[in-house]
Design a protein around this ligand. Structure first.
Ligand SMILES: Cc1cc2nc3c(=O)[nH]c(=O)nc-3n(C[C@H](O)[C@H](O)[C@H](O)COP(=O)(O)OP(=O)(O)OC[C@H]3O[C@@H](n4cnc5c(N)ncnc54)[C@H](O)[C@@H]3O)c2cc1C
Length: 602
């Protein structure tokens, strides 16, 4: 079969923050680097990030340190985090942010000219370095500008469908050019997966079309372990109206700037339910909460800035109890701050320019004057490829993973802002160790029969006549994942979802597409199905196993946290019979020094 061939030392799949940072690091180590992305360079999902990147630089509150950041991340993650990753992240994030600044990122500033940091849910002190509410755009712009001068080979609008292996080790991949439809075989000594999340497995999501879980699925099919797949984060604040924009994110920055949540009765319901773990960190009344958002070091956070899992569930509760807004959400109000600030309108527009623009343009709502209608939206995947904390190598030799596609740092629940810093810290590490691996290992052998098989699978939807439309399967999957594996879960519904996934797994290989290979969206969707189904199955099967509520997983039938489930992660892998297997992996004991850090921050 006909195809083009490309050869690199390190191949990075994904050009978001993690992929770009990995490519920069590998290239700086002197190896030849290829960078592949499904969309155009600069369009990766990272560009949508709004609120900021978390790093304990202590520019706004000098009580902050890596120790507090580490403890916050572990508490937020329900202590299932890979503690080594949480430690490295907390220690290295400030340097990575300063490095980004040195490469040209223009952050918002404190009065004395340092990088400004804002409050975000679950972070004890103002910690998010930001650029208004367009932080991801600045991050991508800076990394691209920097990376492009290092001579990376960039393959835009190229989708990878299969990893190639030689005696277990990953030695390249097969992909296709989305515009023209031709096949490319990439040879590489090391491959970094930086393909982002899985949001498109659900109906309501803040995620872009690229988020179909390809990286997790590629790794799984190659024999790598996935971990923590039950933990899908539902962000509490997505747009709910009009229907065409349902799910689009409303940044946590709105609450960080003083935004409050109310039900249709006008009640600020977040004060009704404060989890024990956070009782001594939350304001006793609205006045204290407001002072916190304005930088008063003696005040504690308002309950709107509790972790995302908790806030999302409180909103869900209000809606279910019939106290929601007209379109099935609740109200998020930032306009109220005019009672506190004389220049509130200008202040909101300056601090939250994209939110102002988004609501005026898409919903006809002026957020400086009226509340927004919001509700939970599928947002972030804590689970992903299981990696070594220091090197980011997966359980398959030569295969690395970083960013949202990897698991470990966030445990059962990610704190807002910890993703962008994750991309920088572990993107760098993945690039560094992938380059080292490439230098230490010879090029592997490419098995032509595997290449032929991958191409045959890729083109099969064209060969079938009168098969099902791939969109039907995609929509059915999204629909029932939302209903049965969403924010509140229970055994019977999860089991039902597994049954439905099994049926779709039989139907998906029979879909057909019409037309030719040039920019054929139906064909692209047909090829995404296998990834979507793999991650949907891993999420659902892991959710069944975890018979407790912790972090992002809320089980109605097991509503309490169970200490017995706090000592291991669920790991997903492909068994010898080709079936998905879920097993427990005990979490390594926390070193005494880190245990002490957690204790002192309780
Ligand atoms: C609206 C929104 C706002 C957010 N705000 C924040 C925030 O303020 N702070 C924060 O910390 N986090 C935030 N997040 C989360 C954060 O943006 C993401 O977790 C992060 O950007 C993921 O980066 P990444 O590099 O892992 O992947 P991405 O940026 O998604 O990049 C994935 C790349 O992989 C490519 N790709 C995927 N599949 C394939 C394939 N099969 N073949 C080839 N290429 C492929 C894609 O084309 C893309 O280039 C936000 C998320 C959303 C949706």
């Amino acid at each position: 079969m006909q195809y083009e061939t490309r050869e690199h030392d390190v191949l990075v799949i994904g050009a978001g923050g993690a992929g770009l940072r990995a490519a920069i690091e590998a290239s700086a180590a002197g190896v030849k680097v290829g960078l592949i992305c499904k969309s155009l360079l600069g369009k990766a999902h990272t560009v949508m990030a709004e609120g900021g990147m978390a790093a304990a630089m202590a520019n706004v509150d000098d009580r902050d340190s890596w120790r507090v950041h580490f403890a916050d991340t572990m508490r937020g993650g329900g202590y299932l985090n890979n503690w080594r990753m949480a430690e490295l992240h907390a220690k290295e994030a400030p340097d990575r942010v300063r490095e980004l600044e040195a490469w040209g990122a223009l952050f918002d500033r404190t009065k004395d000219g340092r990088i400004l940091q804002r409050n975000f849910g679950g972070h004890r002190y103002p910690r998010l370095a930001h650029v208004g509410d367009r932080t991801g755009l600045e991050m991508i712009r800076t990394l691209q500008d920097h990376g492009i001068h290092l001579g990376l080979d960039v393959f835009m609008e190229t989708t990878v469908t299969t990893l190639l292996q030689d005696d277990g080790r990953v030695v390249g991949c097969v992909g296709y050019d989305r515009q023209r439809g031709y096949v490319i075989v990439f040879k590489a000594r090391a491959v970094v997966i930086a393909t982002g999340g899985i949001g498109r497995a659900f109906k309501i999501t803040s995620n872009s079309w690229e988020y179909t879980g390809d990286g997790q699925s590629l790794a799984y099919q190659a024999g790598a372990d996935l971990m923590d797949m039950e933990f899908v984060q539902f962000h509490p604040t997505g747009m709910v109206w009009p229907p065409s924009v349902r799910g689009i994110l409303v940044t946590e920055g709105v609450r960080g700037e003083g935004g409050i949540l109310k039900n249709k009765e006008g009640r600020r319901f977040m004060f009704d339910d404060i989890p024990d773990l956070y009782k001594n960190q939350v304001a006793t009344d609205p006045e204290e909460g407001w002072r916190y958002t304005q930088g008063d070091k003696n005040a504690r956070r308002p309950p709107e800035l509790l972790t995302r899992d908790h806030v999302a569930r409180c909103i869900n509760r209000e809606v279910k109890a019939g106290r929601g807004s007209p379109h099935g959400g609740v109200f998020l109000d930032i306009a109220w701050i005019k009672e506190k600030l004389p220049n509130a309108e200008e202040h909101i527009k300056k601090k939250l320019p994209s939110m102002y623009h988004q609501f005026i343009k898409l919903a006809g709502v002026d957020i400086t004057k009226e509340p927004m209608e919001i509700g939970p939206t599928t947002h972030y995947m804590m689970g992903g490829v299981r990696v070594d904390g220091d090197t980011q190598m997966s359980s398959v030799p030569g295969l690395f993973a970083a960013g949202e596609a990897a698991a470990g740092l966030h445990g059962a629940n990610r704190l807002g802002g910890n993703s962008l810093s994750d991309l920088l810290v572990f993107g760098k590490r993945a690039g560094e160790y992938a380059a080292k691996w490439a230098k230490d290992n010879s090029a592997g052998r490419i098995d032509e029969s595997k290449v032929d098989g991958a191409i045959k699978d890729m083109l099969a939807p064209f060969d079938r006549e009168a098969g099902e439309n791939p969109y039907t399967i995609q929509h059915e999957l999204q629909d029932f994942m939302q209903k049965l594996v969403g924010i509140v879960r229970q055994e019977s519904e999860l089991v039902e979802a597994v049954g439905l996934i099994e049926k779709l797994k039989e139907r998906a290989p029979k879909v057909s597409v019409a037309g030719n290979r040039e920019y054929n969206a139906g064909w692209h969707t047909a090829l995404d199905l296998s990834s979507l189904l793999t991650v949907a199955e891993a999420i659902t099967r892991s959710a069944i196993e975890r018979k407790e509520s912790r972090g992002a997983q809320f089980r109605e039938d097991y509503p309490k946290k169970d200490a017995a489930y706090g000592t291991f992660n669920y790991v997903t892998s492909k068994g010898p019979d080709g079936q998905m297997q879920i097993r427990k992996e005990t979490i390594r004991e926390l070193p005494a020094e880190l245990a002490q850090v957690i204790k002192e921050n309780e």
